[in-house]
Write a protein that binds this ligand. Structure first.
Ligand SMILES: Cc1ncc(COP(=O)(O)O)c(C=O)c1O
Length: 398
């Protein structure tokens, strides 16, 4: 019998898997790994901010003192001291956080997947900002929602557009602080209006906040959870303040939903890496972040200014961009009629510079002239050079 008959896997895939497309983010990251490319594409934190020495010392301490525990299976909810630390850091007098409301996840991206599993049936309406985080659109899409795009402007999503026809929507996914991809900050007054609207129309809020600590001036408006703790799931991450490679994030959820998310996580991966959790706790427990976060804010604020200066110096008339007050990204618009996806291809091929076209960040009706520029990965002289090259292409009308 012939044993090497090719298998047509397409016929075996589930309908869900057939609908999957490869991630534009990952594909882009592959290109940007080439050293000759100046990349403003991926959302990669600056490697010089990674606490390599501190992690090494922490791992040594953890393995010396509690090696067997660190290498053993552990609870789905997460390492108790880390959950207590998160609860103490994120609780406010109006909205305290109990450690048993915290669920440690393998990166907040897993939080998005677990929430989608727990909440979305095919055809359910899911409200998203315009534009929104591409990774969330991917995570939710697997479960077949109908996305409804909520209008947004420079101050974030516009709660006044949430009206009666949206009653029955499952949840609203929002990024109030230095949003990916636009860098926008949701105005304080809109946070209050959003909390009211959620109560009035009875939907859940998923508040995704990986960038809240990265305000250049320090501080950020109140969290949405603090305004509606009974119906908000808050998502946090260690990726942008410690390291994305350790894959550590967390959810703070109301009790009944928390229990469902624990069941979903059990079925997904049993628990988050015990070693990562114990080492991260060892790094942060005595106040390391009090000095580390301000250093990251200073670096990113300087890099942001360098990109804004380069854009002012080099971009032709008709190109517009945002001025973020925190985070890792700014959002730009090309002159009307230009297509950022086409420009991206030309930019990589001929100018050796990369960025993210805006299109995949829209759930519907993409604006082809938009793009996202990450200013934290390339060092400052390369930012100047990359923007100059990109401006040259735009001026040439590519
Ligand atoms: C808005 C947003 N949510 C979630 C994530 C995923 O982060 P994590 O590394 O914690 O999985 C990212 C990553 O860039 C993001 O920008």
């Amino acid at each position: 019998m012939k044993t090497d008959t090719p298998v047509d896997f397409e016929t075996f895939f589930s309908a869900r898997a057939r609908a999957l497309q490869s991630s534009v983010i990952r594909e882009t990251l592959k290109i940007t790994e080439r050293p000759e490319i100046i990349s403003f594409a991926g959302g990669l934190p600056a490697p010089e901010t990674f606490p390599v020495r501190e992690m090494l010392a922490a791992l040594e301490r953890v393995l010396t003192r509690r090696g067997a525990d660190a290498l053993q299976y552990s609870t789905t909810e997460g390492f108790a001291p880390l959950r207590e630390w998160i609860a103490a850091r994120k609780g406010t007098p109006e909205a305290p956080v109990r450690p048993d409301q915290v669920l440690i996840v393998s990166g907040s991206q897993q939080g998005l997947d677990l929430l989608a599993k727990a909440l979305i049936d095919p055809g359910d309406r899911v409200l998203v900002e315009t534009p929104t985080y591409l990774g969330a659109l991917q995570a939710f899409s697997l479960f077949g929602p109908r996305f409804v795009s909520i209008a947004s402007d420079a101050d974030g999503l516009m709660p006044e557009t949430l009206s009666e026809p949206l009653r029955g929507a499952k949840f609203l996914y929002c990024l109030p602080n230095f949003q990916n991809p636009t860098g926008r900050l949701l105005a304080e007054e809109r946070r209050h209006r959003l909390a009211e609207k959620a109560r009035e129309l009875d939907f859940i809020i998923l508040e995704d906040d990986p960038y809240g600590d990265l305000s250049y001036a320090g501080g950020a408006p109140c969290s949405i959870r603090s305004l509606a703790p009974e119906r908000t799931v808050y998502m946090g991450s260690f990726s942008k303040i410690l390291s994305p490679g350790i894959r550590l994030g967390y959810l703070i959820a109301p009790d009944v939903l928390h229990a469902k998310l624990v069941q979903a996580k059990q079925a997904t991966d049993l628990h988050t890496s015990t070693l990562s959790q114990m080492a991260a706790y060892e790094v942060v427990k005595d106040g390391f972040l009090e000095g580390h976060i301000p250093a990251i804010r200073k670096l990113y604020g300087d890099q942001c200014r360098a990109m804004l200066d380069a854009l002012s110096r080099h971009m032709p008339d008709g190109v517009r961009w945002s001025s973020p007050k925190g985070g890792m990204f700014l959002w730009a618009e090309l002159p009307r009629g230009m297509d950022a996806t086409k420009l991206m291809r030309r930019a990589v091929e001929t100018a050796r510079v990369a960025f993210m076209p805006g299109e995949p960040f829209y759930a519907e009706n993409p604006a082809p002239e938009t793009l996202r520029l990450a200013f934290v990965t390339a060092p400052r002289p390369r930012i100047e050079e990359g923007i100059e090259r990109l401006a040259g292409l735009i001026r040439a009308g590519c």
